[in-house]
Ligand binder design. Structure first.
Ligand code: 5GP
Ligand code: MN
Length: 339
């Protein structure tokens, strides 16, 4: 479906007032929250009845975002969320494209046979599932696609809140403009958001300069004590188990960004962070250049994402997860050292 077709269908759907549920992915990040808030704020301005939800809570460093308190958290408010979903004419999926990424909301979504709309930048969507889809893996973020959608309806729909939410999504998904910045369009959109009073300085401070002492010490510990450098694979692995996280009084969001540090070494092509969470092992992958961590995460770790950033989950012990990781590395050795 082309962009033009997407906007035509969306115009048609939104011509009359609708009840719309806006849903983003489990373990929501800045782009998930930014795109959901900005899109729901646009929908309300267009006269629709909107409920926004995610499976579980977002990190404290996103709680200041305009409208964040209106987001329903499924694992705390299942009844309110189910009511929104039961009444909805449409559900809009933002920043994910497979129901398995909806966390606790997925079973309800599967049981409803509700009409779905997609706005997303992840790979391999099944577009047949959607009434209409704006799916582009080349853009910086889902928030950028939401910005295009707002501008499609008209610049008069922009305001400081929407502009701020969109800029947070773009800043966080690009690591402050360090990656996924392929097109001049991304900078143009950011400039437009700044014109509409989004403050880059303030966003950067509110999102990144909010560490607790424990979080910074956890980062130091992870790099000094737990980083395994595998020169033969141009890769590094950091693992943090439950006890280690507890030692630093782990709060949601505290491991965010740790995976990026090994890539600041010139010789590194891939970095993996392995953490132990409520009964499962979470893996976070980052890479440089054309080495696709999406494919690696999809093939062996029940996950996926983008070429240079992906995640996955295993239901096993930390020991077995690390064993599997070491086992699969030789298959990718040639590609890793060629970069
Ligand atoms: P992170 O490492 O920050 O959790 O995730 C990196 C990127 O991969 C994000 O864009 C995220 O949405 C995506 N991602 C993380 N985990 C999964 C997963 O289990 N499946 C898929 N398809 N994508 C994931
Ligand atoms: Mn995203």
């Amino acid at each position: 479906m082309s962009k033009t077709q997407f906007f035509q269908t969306l115009d048609e759907v939104l011509k009359t007032p609708k009840r719309i549920a806006v849903v983003s992915h489990v373990n929501p990040d800045g782009d998930a929250i930014g795109s959901s808030l900005a899109f729901s704020q646009l929908l309300r301005k267009l006269g629709h009845d909107v409920g926004v939800m995610v499976s579980n809570d977002f990190p404290e460093f996103l709680a200041w975002m305009p409208g964040a308190s209106t987001i329903h958290i499924y694992d705390k408010e299942a009844d309110a969320c189910n009511q929104i979903l039961d009444r909805a004419d449409f559900v809009v999926m933002l920043d994910f494209n497979h129901l398995s990424r909806a966390g606790l909301i997925q079973d309800k979504l599967k049981s409803l046979e509700i009409k779905k709309i997609l706005i997303d930048h992840h790979r391999d969507p099944n577009l047949e599932e959607f009434v209409c889809a704006l799916s582009d893996t080349q853009v910086s973020s889902t928030s950028e696609l939401v910005a295009e959608t707002v501008l499609h309806f008209g610049e008069q729909y922009l305001d400081e809140s929407i502009a701020t939410n969109i800029l947070v999504g773009i800043v966080t998904d690009t690591g402050s403009f360090a990656h996924s910045m392929f097109h001049p369009q991304t900078f143009t959109i950011c400039a437009k958001m700044v014109e509409w009073s989004a403050s880059y300085n303030q966003i950067h401070q509110l999102v990144y300069d909010t560490f607790s002492e424990d979080r910074l010490r956890l980062l130091g510990y992870a790099i000094s004590n737990k980083m395994e450098v595998l020169d033969e694979y141009a890769s590094a692995i950091i693992s943090l188990n439950k006890e280690e996280l507890a030692q630093f009084h782990y709060q949601i969001g505290d491991t965010e960004g740790i995976v990026n540090y090994p890539l600041s070494m010139k010789k590194m092509v891939m970095s993996v962070l392995v953490t132990e969470r409520q009964g499962v092992i979470r893996l976070s992958f980052r890479s440089k250049g054309s080495f696709s961590v999406h494919e690696l995460a999809q093939k062996y770790f029940n996950g996926g994402g983008h070429t240079n950033a992906a995640g996955g989950t295993l239901s096993c012990s930390m020991e077995d997860a690390l064993k599997l990781l070491h086992q699969v590395l030789p298959e990718y050795q040639e590609m890793l050292v060629q970069q």
